[in-house]
Ligand binder design. Structure first.
Ligand SMILES: [Zn+2]
Length: 92
């Protein structure tokens, strides 16, 4: 059965800034032709952050991206990312 989980893969449909339809680029990344800039969904934000700061902890990611810690952990559990901080069971 498919309950849709926590909708980690939910796609953005329109630009949060101007409402224009977005082009989906893949991996949580979108492009708004009206604003002429990239937009990221939660997954895209976390992925983008980890590209710049590989090895960041869940707490650091959450603070930087504003994405809920539980949601980040869910992404990690689904092996979308590998992050540091899990040794010694201290991962929040
Ligand atoms: Zn826009």
């Amino acid at each position: 059965m498919d309950f849709g989980g926590l909708n980690l893969d939910r796609k953005l449909k329109s630009c949060p800034e101007c409402g224009h339809a977005l082009d989906y680029k893949g991996l949580g990344e979108y492009f708004c032709r009206s604003c002429d800039k990239k937009i990221y969904d939660d997954y895209g934000k976390v992925r983008h952050f980890l590209e710049e700061y590989p090895g960041a902890t869940v707490v650091q990611i959450a603070q930087a991206t504003g994405v809920d810690k539980a949601k980040i952990r869910m992404m990690v559990q689904q092996e979308k990312f590998v992050i540091n901080g899990s040794s010694g069971g201290s991962l929040m």
